[in-house]
Ligand binder design. Structure first.
Ligand SMILES: C[S@@+](CC[C@H](N)C(=O)[O-])C[C@H]1O[C@@H](n2cnc3c(N)ncnc32)[C@H](O)[C@@H]1O
Length: 286
């Protein structure tokens, strides 16, 4: 089960590794990603079933499909390179485009809607909590001030406004001054942390004996949720679930050289213990 199809790279690797008869269910909130992955994976025929949805609804989705359990579940969080490179999606502060950032375009709330309508305290909270942005107060104040003159509708317009809001010392950092604000808005627009919390518990309950749930996260907020949820799962059912990554697996220098976007990736995994006793309906171990 690939919960974050993106460009379909992992899905393809899973299909190769499970040949000749492994079955892959793939989902993505982004309709365009599902379409492209469908093209890429066409040659695997009926071994692939793709769906357009968020993984928070994984339990309902799998039940509807009649799937009882999975031998492997993968979540590779965040945005895909395809989404970042497409300026019309509004994820990148380096390319001009509409300030959109919706992974699922059926959803009605765009980043522009949040930036132009939220009261300053709520905007501040988003930048602070989801971006861990040191200059959140200055940025929120500048946005609210500027939007009274002209609505903020473009990515470069927002990036420039942030650059002006941040003091000179803050601009000299390793990362672009707009990085954290864009991350924060993206998380808010897509309710990413809520999706993650729901999706993780849903996914763990669908693991077959010996099955593994693997999650790749890209920033500390996500990684904290993954780590805590895994701990809670083990605490609740120590005879069924175990963590198999004491420390997160991170890319080595060679991988970072080939794929610089992997530099902040952390992989954590849990396993449903093979032959663990099944749960009866009241939730006690039989
Ligand atoms: C980092 S990319 C995945 C790349 C993919 N593993 C590959 O090999 O190309 C993340 C993808 O997950 C999707 N996504 C993020 N959050 C999601 C969620 N809650 N439910 C479903 N898809 C999600 C995004 O739309 C994006 O396409």
């Amino acid at each position: 089960m690939d919960c974050t199809l993106g460009g379909g790279g992992h899905a393809e690797a899973i299909l190769e590794a499970t040949a000749p008869d492994g079955l892959l269910f793939g989902i993505d909130r982004d309709e365009e990603a599902v379409r492209r992955a469908g093209e890429r994976l066409k040659r695997y025929g009926t071994r692939v079933r793709l769906l357009h949805d968020g993984f928070k609804n994984l339990g309902t989705l799998l039940k509807t499909l009649g799937v009882q359990g999975a031998d492997g579940i993968l979540m590779d969080l965040g945005v895909s390179t395809l989404q970042l490179m497409d300026s019309e999606r509004g994820f990148s502060f380096q390319k001009d485009g509409p300030l959109d950032m919706r992974m699922d375009r059926r959803s009605s709330v765009t980043a522009a809607a949040l930036v132009n309508s939220l009261p300053e305290p709520q905007l501040l909270q988003i930048l602070f909590e989801y971006g861990e942005e040191r200059w959140a107060r200055r940025i929120a104040r500048t946005i609210v001030h500027e939007r009274q003159k002209t609505p903020v509708t473009r990515t470069l317009q927002l990036a420039d406004l942030i650059r002006r809001a941040v003091p000179r010392s803050g601009r000299a950092q390793r990362i672009h001054p707009a990085t954290r604000t864009f991350q924060a808005l993206r998380i808010a627009v897509n309710q990413e942390l809520d999706q993650l919390t729901g999706g993780l518990s849903n996914a763990a309950s669908f693991l077959n004996g010996g099955g593994r749930l693997c999650v790749i996260s890209f920033h500390s907020l996500e990684d904290r949720i993954v780590k805590r949820t895994f701990k809670a799962l083990v605490r609740a059912e120590p005879e069924r679930i175990r963590v198999i990554t004491k420390k997160p697996v991170v890319p080595g220098p060679d991988e970072i050289r080939i794929n610089p976007r992997s530099r902040s990736a952390k992989l954590r995994a849990v396993e449903r213990i093979p032959d663990a006793p099944a749960l009866n309906v009241s939730g006690t171990v039989c």
